[in-house]
Design a protein around this ligand. Structure first.
Ligand SMILES: [Zn+2]
Length: 84
C-alpha cells in the first residue's frame, strides 16, 4: 500500500488501488480525531454518521492517481470482511 498524506489536514493513510473503480483506504488513526473534515461531518449528522472518506483526502488521492504516483495494485482483491 502507498502512504498518502492528506493535503488538507496532514492525516496519513494507506492507499491501494485495485481497479479504476476500487481504491482501498486504510486509516491509521481514529478518523474523528485526525481529520477535521471527518469530525465535522460526524457532528453535523448527530453522531451516527459514517461518511466514506474525507473529500480533501479523496482529492489528494485522485491527484496522485492522475499524476501516476499511485498505480494499480498487482495484489489480488482483498477477501470481503478483512481489513487488509
Ligand atoms: Zn482530511
Amino acid at each position: 500500500m502507498e502512504s498518502v498524506t492528506c493535503n488538507h489536514c496532514s492525516n496519513r493513510v494507506l492507499v491501494e488501488k485495485y481497479s479504476e473503480a476500487h481504491t482501498s483506504i486504510q486509516w491509521l488513526d481514529d478518523a474523528d480525531r485526525v481529520c477535521p473534515e471527518f469530525a465535522r461531518a460526524r457532528t453535523a449528522q448527530e453522531g451516527r454518521a459514517w461518511i466514506p472518506t474525507c473529500h480533501k483526502l479523496q482529492q489528494t488521492i485522485d491527484d496522485l492517481i492522475v499524476s501516476g504516483q499511485i498505480g494499480l495494485s498487482l495484489r489480488s482483491y482483498p477477501v470481503p470482511g478483512r481489513l487488509e
